[in-house]
Design a binder for this molecule. Structure first.
Ligand code: KIV
Length: 276
């Protein structure tokens, strides 16, 4: 068995090979992802959309995130586990951020936390890092504050906006983030940021030149039907397969074909006769 990956291992992968990351929210999927040798597992606040049926990631809080992070952590033997800090845990009250980041480490046994960019991101990230917790940054399209960015749109499309993202990236690296998610930015801009930084960039909708890639597992497995962003590749479409299995089960129960003898327990005839 491979040893569990550390922050130092992830840093060392830059310029050696691409880094892989997927989201997970529960034990079975986290086990499969870990067994496949994915480097990092993000317990993403995308759980709000793809698992809990909510319309915004801002609607999950610490209790839901810790609940899912604990399940993922129980499954993982090798990957680095990243706890995604929910909106309320650091943006509504930044003074609570360090306490909440610690809960991901102490209670859910995550290896680090991820924070999306917002107006007090540098101050809050620095406090968490100073408290001894590794932080992954997240810039570009930041879903928790998408309304302030003109909605779910590609970011950094003109020179000014691109320059701001480069500055955010350099500032986050400067204060000690160990890696950075780049979401929905033009590939050439992601390439510039990746070249300027010593820490690895992990792209989602940011082209092939990032140091690594992340996708929402439910998107790439075809388990989330409501919306598929352009940057998603469905490696398998599980929804119709699951629907087919459920319909077959229903039909077999109605037709008394399930359970069959091999799914059934028996009792000896003589014991049966003794029952009054
Ligand atoms: O919550 C999430 O799944 C994320 C990824 C999109 C990076 O933040």
């Amino acid at each position: 068995m491979e040893p569990k990956l550390t922050i130092a291992d992830i840093l060392a992968l830059k310029n050696k090979r691409k880094i892989t990351m997927l989201t997970a929210y529960d034990y079975p999927l986290a086990s499969l992802i870990d067994r496949a040798g994915i480097d990092m597992i993000l317990v993403g606040d995308s759980v709000a959309n793809v698992v809990l049926g909510l319309d915004s990631t801002t609607k999950v809080g610490m209790s839901e995130m810790l609940h899912h992070a604990k399940a993922v952590r129980r499954a993982v033997k090798n990957a680095l586990v990243v706890g995604d800090m929910p909106y309320e845990s650091y943006q509504i009250n930044p003074d609570e951020a360090v306490k909440n980041a610690k809960r991901f480490i102490d209670e859910a046994k995550c290896d680090c936390v991820k924070l999306e960019w917002f107006d007090r991101c540098l101050e809050v990230s620095e406090k968490i890092i100073k408290a001894g917790i590794a932080v992954m940054g997240h810039i570009g399209l930041t879903p928790q504050t998408a309304d302030k960015l003109g909605g779910f749109k590609v970011q950094g499309k003109d020179a000014d906006a691109a320059q701001k993202l480069i500055e955010q990236a350099l500032a986050l690296e400067g204060l000690g983030c160990f890696s950075l998610v780049l979401e929905c930015v033009p590939d050439k801009l992601a390439e510039i940021i990746t070249q300027r930084l010593k820490i690895p960039t992990i792209g989602i909708g940011a082209g092939v030149n990032c140091d690594g890639q992340v996708l929402v597992s439910y998107d790439m497995l075809g388990l989330f039907e409501r919306f598929t962003p352009k940057f998603v590749k469905k490696y398998v479409n599980l929804s119709p397969l699951i629907s087919e299995a459920i319909v077959k089960y229903k039909e077999e129960v109605l037709a008394q074909k399930f359970p069959a003898p091999e799914h059934t327990f028996s009792i000896k005839e003589e014991e049966l006769k003794k029952i009054k």
